[in-house]
Design a protein around this ligand. Structure first.
Ligand SMILES: [Zn+2]
Length: 273
């Protein structure tokens, strides 16, 4: 899966780098992957894409999206660009070769969705189609009123991690960006939403907006790679690389724990339970 800062960065780079390129051929599912999901038969992807011209990219939620002629392509895995003659990666779930000798490939990490269908058609998968309609935290439409409206009857009993990063409540806000958001908001991932005071809810909303914008402006996180296979410019505070190292604020060792299908990282002093 891919998260908001990288989805926007890679879509922007596709827009800038690939627009106008004509597709020579496409190969989908060359390396079968247990958790790679295709919309339609991957054997038809070449037929759908060959000869089409890239007409710009735009992200929504956790999907990288671009248009190719009359087709729309959406990918929820990193996309890598190759110059003419540069060796292509061997394992991939989608490879698109262009007439000028350049190419892109995408390889699913833990899982990945690959969509290629005529513009205007929907996949019937709510989390993929719906991700287009839900406002991105990077947009003005994701304001305080929208954030407050995400609260439902179930919200009080949810932990902060469950509220922000599960059920596609906020598409593209996943377990990766979550860690630094909660560290900056000084909230423990296990805190129940009902225990948050008004100041903490304000801080949570402000941090979601501010940090995702910052990560995106800096070209994604340094733990992930962009279209040109370079690490992003945002220095990630909490990740598997920094577990056990001192918290930049207080010096306490950063803790790593398994929680809700994935590891959480936090500072026990800055983010008490
Ligand atoms: Zn700390």
């Amino acid at each position: 899966m891919i998260e908001i800062p990288e989805a926007f960065t890679i879509s922007r780079q596709i827009d800038e780098t690939l627009s106008g390129k004509r597709i020579r051929y496409a190969v989908a599912n060359a390396s079968p992957h247990k958790f790679a999901w295709y919309h339609g038969d991957p054997a038809e992807y070449n037929q759908r894409l060959a000869g089409k011209v890239i007409a710009g990219g735009a992200a929504s939620g956790e999907m990288i999206r671009f248009r190719a002629g009359d087709m729309q392509v959406a990918i929820s895995a990193p996309v890598r660009y190759y110059t003419a003659g540069e060796p292509r990666v061997k394992k991939h779930q989608l490879l698109i070769e262009f007439e000028d000798g350049t190419a892109i490939s995408s390889t699913a990490q833990m899982w990945g969705a690959f969509v290629c269908l005529p513009q205007g058609e929907l996949t019937g998968m709510g989390h993929i189609d719906g991700g287009r309609d839900k406002p991105s935290p990077l947009s003005e439409a994701f304001d305080r009123a929208y954030f407050d409206a995400l609260w439902t009857e179930q919200t009080p009993s949810l932990s902060v991690k469950a509220f922000l990063a599960t059920e596609q409540r906020i598409p593209g806000l996943g377990n990766g960006v979550l860690q630094d958001i909660l560290w900056a908001a000084q909230l423990n991932p296990r805190r129940k939403m009902e225990t948050l005071c008004q100041t903490e809810v304000d801080r949570l909303f402000d941090t979601v907006k501010r940090l995702l914008a910052q990560m995106t402006m800096l070209g994604g996180r340094d733990t992930e790679r962009d279209l040109f296979w370079q690490p992003g410019g945002y220095h990630t505070v909490l990740s598997n690389r920094t577990a056990g190292t001192p918290c930049p604020t207080c010096g306490t060792g950063i803790v790593k724990q398994a929680y809700l299908g994935g590891s959480v990282y936090y500072c026990p002093t800055c983010q008490p339970l």
